[in-house]
Design a protein around this ligand. Structure first.
Ligand code: PLP
Length: 442
């Protein structure tokens, strides 16, 4: 039986649910990244490092709530905090003390956060960061990097310099961003030649949480460059925050941005985001005199800003990850996984394949057109191939094949290791990878 035939045979209930979903959601899914042919997996329950699908198959989970669940599913301290909060109320329509504890933890952990505002998602956080940068500098344009993802709102939905707008945007919008390669000379030239750039925004470990790694020292050098040209630096730590170090990629690199965006781990596995940074920039969210309010104040609403359940989960989460132990444990397991998977690639002499990553995040590239030796990612590999994980046909087979053998990789090409994974989970994943590779290449 082929990988696809086995997948169909093992997941009749997922297939039936997908049949119903097609009459409800475009392409039957609620998030583009969950789309896969012939049909996506339907999951019913999670605990620790595992999830159970609608056909009662157990999987080792590497989606981990799209990176939100550094402590795994259902960590007892988070469950208890949310249950307690459920009984007290899910929405007060008022300020509440828990939001202060949550914010104090953020402020203590993340460099440069003097003031912050909570949002309902990461997308909202980057949208607000851009608005703050424009309000503070009085300049309209933001420089961003090719392939870096900052949410799906209009301002940052387009990540190439193509002249025509993608569906749903219009050409006039594209002038508000400059899209640059991760090349400091290119950035410097843009900052020198233009006077309308308010800020530079980036994912601090590279596009798609490091699938396209940044050149060595890039974040530090970019900080110097933005200072030199009087342009704000926005660090999008929505994935890296509280993961690569308790204070995120900035703490690890010894860099402090002007503004930082956060989400995912921030809210302990519930919805939530935040934008924080220099008090003089965040002042644009504060009330002042009538004239300030009319000209300078950014309006900020949002029914679920600092929602009590998210505040409860987030406070419990950050209280635990403030001590680096969970992140460090997950990173050690991530290293074990990468080493083991690369050994399987070498054993099969699969040129153009590699597993690589940073801290507890890993990426797989399958069948890259640059046929580097197995397991040795070539820095000249085309960035668009790294971003999609190599050959899309191989990525799909790997995704389904790994599911057949009890492992749910994120989109078939990445994953987040959590503190709930065990060495046994990692070794089982490597074994599933070996078996899937054999099925794919024979
Ligand atoms: N920025 C980065 C770096 C992300 O990875 C994401 C989501 O994956 C976002 C922003 C958007 O966050 P959200 O999905 O909470 O809107």
């Amino acid at each position: 039986m082929t990988i696809i035939e086995t997948y169909i045979q093992k997941h009749p209930r997922s297939q039936a649910l997908f049949g119903q979903a097609q009459a409800l959601f475009p392409s039957g899914v609620t998030h583009d990244g969950r789309y896969v042919t012939p049909f996506p997996l339907y999951v019913e329950q999670c605990a620790g490092a595992h999830k159970w699908d609608a056909d009662e198959n157990r999987l080792i989970d590497y989606w981990m709530g799209h990176g939100a669940l550094l402590l795994g599913h259902g960590h007892p301290a988070i469950v208890a905090a949310v249950q307690r909060q459920m009984e007290r109320g899910t929405h007060y329509g008022a300020e509440h003390e828990l939001s202060l504890q949550w914010a104090q933890l953020v402020k203590r952990l993340v460099p440069g956060i003097e003031r912050l505002r909570f949002t309902a998602s990461g997308t909202e956080a980057t949208m607000m960061a851009l608005r703050l940068a424009r309000a503070f500098t009085g300049k309209p344009v933001v420089l961003r990097f090719t392939g870096h993802y900052h949410g799906w709102h209009d301002l940052l939905a387009h990540d190439t310099n193509d002249a025509s707008a993608p569906a749903g945007l219009y050409d006039g919008m594209l002038g508000s961003t400059v899209v640059a390669p991760t090349d400091l000379d290119y950035v410097e030239q843009a900052l020198r030649s233009r006077t309308d750039i308010a800020a530079v925004i980036l994912e601090p470990t590279g596009a798609s949480y490091g699938a396209i790694p940044l050149p060595h020292g890039f974040l530090r050098d970019l900080r110097q460059l933005t200072w030199r040209y009087g342009v704000l630096l926005i660090c999008d730590e929505i994935v890296t925050g509280f993961r690569v170090a308790p204070g995120g990629a900035q703490q690890r690199a010894g860099v402090t941005a002007d503004l930082t965006t956060l989400a995912k781990i921030l809210a302990g596995g519930l919805p939530g985001g935040a934008v924080g940074g220099r008090a003089d920039i965040l002042r644009h969210l504060a009330f002042g005199d009538a004239e300030w309010n009319q000209v300078r104040k950014i309006r900020h609403f949002g029914t679920f800003n600092a929602a009590p359940l998210s505040a409860a989960a987030g406070t419990a989460m950050l209280g635990i990850v403030a001590n680096d132990a969970p992140g460090a444990h997950a990173a050690t397991l991530g290293e074990r996984l990468i080493t083991g998977m690369n050994a399987e690639l070498r054993r099969r002499r699969l040129a153009g394949w590699a597993v690589y990553g940073d801290a507890s995040i890993f990426h797989i590239v399958a069948g890259c057109s640059v046929g580097f030796p197995p397991g040795e990612l070539d820095p000249t590999a085309p960035p668009d191939e790294l971003k999609r994980g190599g050959d899309p046909r191989l990525v799909q087979l790997l995704r389904l094949g790994m599911i057949n053998h009890g492992v749910d990789l994120m989109r078939g090409r990445s994953g987040f290791v959590s503190a709930a994974h065990t060495p046994g989970d990692i070794d089982a994943t490597i074994a599933a990878f070996a078996t899937t590779l054999d099925e794919m290449v024979t």
